[in-house]
Design a protein around this ligand. Structure first.
Ligand SMILES: Cc1cc2nc3c(=O)[nH]c(=O)nc-3n(C[C@H](O)[C@H](O)[C@H](O)COP(=O)(O)O)c2cc1C
Length: 237
């Protein structure tokens, strides 16, 4: 199994795919420790490090989460704005998360990523308490609360890949947020934002399909095409 230093950053980034079907083979504890530590090396707004990770490995807990998610997915397909045909990746594989929910009990590790307002709050009175103990935002945070968590998540997924593991970034637990928070004992004032599935992949995935840089970039000013160096250098590199 490759270690963190044995896979090039290029291979880690360019080969990262969203895996939704996993073997139930466990993740080695020392690998999991390294992966979690890599995520804590991420940058965060004001170095507040507002993340909290609930590392779920217990089979019964996973089954309880799966029951909630299967219930959520029993209606979600009818409510989506996009048709199932639109929600596919470059290989025609569905990306709705349905497969992930169907196989959720087999995922060896689910890291539920939460935002702790005690560390994340930057302004006085940014949150107000609801009668039930949950907090509500009173000010818009640029980029949203998740903005200081997503770098940690990406580090986690890249570190996992460098260790030969596959991963899935998910936000779909929000569909059953209160129930899943209850199952995991997450206090009301803590925001559950996303979850990363980690383990050994059990589906064959090719290279990721992405839009070319030139299609999504502008040079100096919106609307001016950004040209790749290789195109402008006329092949004399
Ligand atoms: C903000 C965000 C939310 C996502 N939420 C989910 C999700 O809830 N369920 C899921 O199965 N995949 C989810 N994904 C994974 C995306 O579907 C996946 O990254 C995308 O289809 C590209 O997949 P690929 O890297 O295999 O090409 C999410 C990704 C992002 C960045």
């Amino acid at each position: 199994m490759p270690g963190l230093s044995e896979m090039s950053l290029r291979d880690a980034i360019y080969g990262l795919r969203a895996t939704r079907i996993f073997h139930d083979k466990p993740v080695a504890p020392q690998v999991l420790d390294e992966v979690l530590e890599a995520s804590t090396m991420a940058c965060s707004s004001g170095n507040t490090q507002p993340w909290e990770f609930v590392v779920v490995r217990d089979p019964e807990t996973k089954r309880r989460i799966q029951i909630e998610m299967l219930d959520a997915f029993s209606t979600i397909d009818q409510e989506r704005a996009q048709s199932p045909e639109q929600l596919v990746d470059g290989a025609g594989r569905p990306v709705t998360g349905r497969a992930a929910v169907d196989h959720l009990d087999k995922v060896p590790v689910i890291v539920v990523v939460c935002w702790n307002p005690e560390r994340g709050i930057r302004m006085k009175g940014e949150y107000a308490e609801n009668p039930d103990g949950t907090l509500r935002e009173t000010r818009e945070i640029p980029g949203g609360r998740g903005v200081s968590l997503f770098q940690a998540c990406q580090n986690m997924m890249l570190a996992a890949r460098a260790h030969g593991l596959c991963s899935l970034f998910t936000t779909f637990f929000f569909l059953k947020r209160e129930r899943i928070k209850e199952i995991l004992g997450i206090p009301p004032q803590i925001f559950m934002e996303c979850a990363i599935f980690l383990g050994h992949g059990d589906e064959k995935l090719g290279k990721p399909k992405r839009l070319p840089v030139s299609q999504v970039s502008h040079a100096d000013r919106w609307g001016t095409p950004y040209r790749l160096h290789a195109e402008t250098a006329g092949g004399d590199a």
